[in-house]
Design a protein around this ligand. Structure first.
Ligand SMILES: Nc1ncnc2c1ncn2[C@@H]1O[C@H](COP(=O)(O)OP(=O)(O)O)[C@@H](O)[C@H]1O
Ligand SMILES: O=c1ccn([C@@H]2O[C@H](COP(=O)(O)OP(=O)(O)O)[C@@H](O)[C@H]2O)c(=O)[nH]1
Length: 233
């Protein structure tokens, strides 16, 4: 793969903590990304914000949904800065773009500039989601993957692929190596939210679901090894 869009969940950054960022976890993920950036593959990253704030949860607690989503988008910026800092400490060039203007925290997202940066071997972290409420970072990841001409959207999660049922709830669930978007939709396999999923399906953007907690999994995937599940048309 020449270029990938890696989607990391905010929650994965919590490690064993109940909220926030576990530095050990952050560094472990950064190390995996640093290893990949030594290879020829260009890397763009979208990080979630669920370890800090989720708009829907806020709304359930009485916050205005739009304010809650804006707080969630800010949370993704916090996580992105943490990841940038961890990567830089490993001598990896990394820049943060924000979907909402907030210099000097990061540059306002510019698609052409982001591509140029990746072509110059910089890891590009695209923060702030889509910049709009009522979306998720999965959808932001789908949007940026398509916009940035990625070869695939790599959904880094805590299970090692798409299963016949939620593997965390059904021990009998079996894993697919490959599956089509249509089959996923028909069976309601919940890998990404529907908006993100539709965006990928309509734009022929393959999704690879893999377990980022397995050391070396990202590298193996980039090297062409069979890791996780590939979803495509
Ligand atoms: N059919 C399925 N195949 C794989 N995972 C599933 C399936 N249905 C539900 N899941 C659950 O989806 C979770 C990943 O989705 P999500 O919560 O959006 O991840 P993240 O928080 O890592 O972005 C997995 O941890 C798994 O428990
Ligand atoms: O385009 C976007 C992306 C994210 N969010 C908000 O940011 C929060 C954090 O993102 P998400 O829940 O997708 O993070 P993850 O589950 O990946 O940690 C979401 O709950 C939304 O409130 C948003 O409003 N618009």
């Amino acid at each position: 793969m020449k270029r990938i869009l890696l989607k990391m969940s905010g929650e994965s950054l919590m490690g064993k903590q109940k909220t926030g960022i576990d530095p050990e976890m952050l560094n472990a993920f950064a190390k995996e990304i640093a290893d990949v950036s030594q290879q020829k593959t260009q890397v763009a990253i979208v990080v979630g914000g669920g370890n800090i704030f989720r708009g829907l949860k806020g709304a359930a607690q009485g916050f205005d949904r739009v304010k809650g989503d804006q707080m969630g988008m800010m949370a993704t910026v916090i996580n992105s800065l943490a990841l940038q800092s961890a990567l830089q400490s490993m001598n990896v060039k990394a820049r943060v773009y924000t979907a909402i203007r907030m210099e000097p925290v990061g540059n306002l997202y510019d698609r052409d500039e982001a591509i140029e940066a990746m072509e110059n071997n910089e890891v590009v972290i695209v923060s702030g989601g889509t910049g709009n409420p009522f979306f998720t970072t999965d959808t932001a990841a789908a949007l940026r993957a398509v916009e940035l001409n990625a070869d695939a959207l790599l959904k880094a999660t805590r299970v090692d692929g798409v299963y016949t049922a939620d593997p965390e709830k059904d021990p009998k669930a079996t894993r697919f190596d490959e599956i089509t978007f249509a089959e996923c939709l028909k069976n309601e396999y919940k890998i990404l939210d529907l908006t993100a999923f539709t965006m990928c399906k309509e734009n022929d953007m393959p999704i690879i679901v893999f377990n980022f907690h397995e050391q070396g999994s990202l590298n193996a995937l980039i090297s062409g090894k069979k890791v996780g599940t590939i979803v495509r048309n």
